[in-house]
Design a protein around this ligand. Structure first.
Ligand SMILES: [Cu+2]
Length: 241
């Protein structure tokens, strides 16, 4: 009986510790590209968050430096949807614990076999709080976050990094409060783009230098009423400029 109870307690603990999220797959113009884990997604070892802003894992997570074998094929201007889940991808309700209120940010970089922890990134899209947090809208949307590739985007291979930025413990600075701070859930997808455009992402953003512990997008109290929230990182890249 004692064993039984401690097993239950362990299970409960594991449930709390893994109330996180990771990416399952991509749709292109509504067409499901199938399970992308370790195929076109550089799937991390766990669904745990990254809180260390100096870690290369902040960019493409653990395994970020391990190139995946294939690419999602898309055309400039296409609408992509990235689908997230918590633990069981075949359970449509198992997406993310709703305590994890926060933003969803999407970045693009020219393809690299490396872990992406260099200044190569541009911001494609971001959603913060518009009424409710973007992560809550993502849950309501079946775990999917949609964005469009710019029409002017040059053809070629890219990494697209999408990040759930959970702020449920972001009222404490992540560097001085172990186990607290903003939680980043980054995932990188390999995408090959066809296009007649010629715009190359040129913001040269570096996550390890550009995300700071005192950034108001990462050190923010969601538990008091607020009017505006500004996510971290550069403004959205204007490919048509
Ligand atoms: Cu979590």
């Amino acid at each position: 009986m004692l064993l039984y109870h401690s097993a239950l307690a362990l299970l409960a603990l594991a449930g709390t510790a893994s109330s996180h999220a990771t990416m399952f797959g991509v749709s292109v113009n509504g067409e499901d590209q199938g399970d992308g884990r370790d195929k076109y997604i550089r799937t991390p070892a766990t669904n745990d968050p990254v809180r260390d802003l100096q870690s290369p894992n902040l960019v493409c997570n653990t395994n970020g430096g391990r190139a995946a074998p294939s690419f999602v094929k898309a055309a400039a201007g296409d609408t992509l949807a990235f689908r997230w889940f918590h633990f069981n991808p075949s359970d449509p309700g198992d997406i993310l614990d709703p305590s994890h209120k926060g933003a969803v940010l999407t970045y693009i970089a020219p393809f690299t076999e490396g872990n992406g922890a260099i200044p190569i990134w541009s911001k494609l899209a971001q959603q913060g709080f518009d009424g409710e947090g973007a992560t809550i809208k993502m849950i309501a949307n079946g775990g999917k976050v949609e964005f469009s590739l710019p029409k002017a985007l040059a053809p070629g291979k890219y990494l697209i990094r999408q990040e759930l930025l959970a702020l449920h413990m972001a009222d404490f600075r992540g560097d001085t409060n172990p186990g607290r701070g903003a939680e980043s859930y980054p995932s990188c997808v390999q995408v090959e783009v066809t296009s007649s455009g010629d715009a190359l992402p040129d913001q040269d953003f570096d996550f390890n230098r550009g995300y700071k512990y005192d950034d108001p997008g990462l050190f923010f109290n969601i538990y008091v009423p607020f009017d505006t929230y500004t996510p971290p990182g550069p403004p959205i890249w204007d490919a048509e400029a």
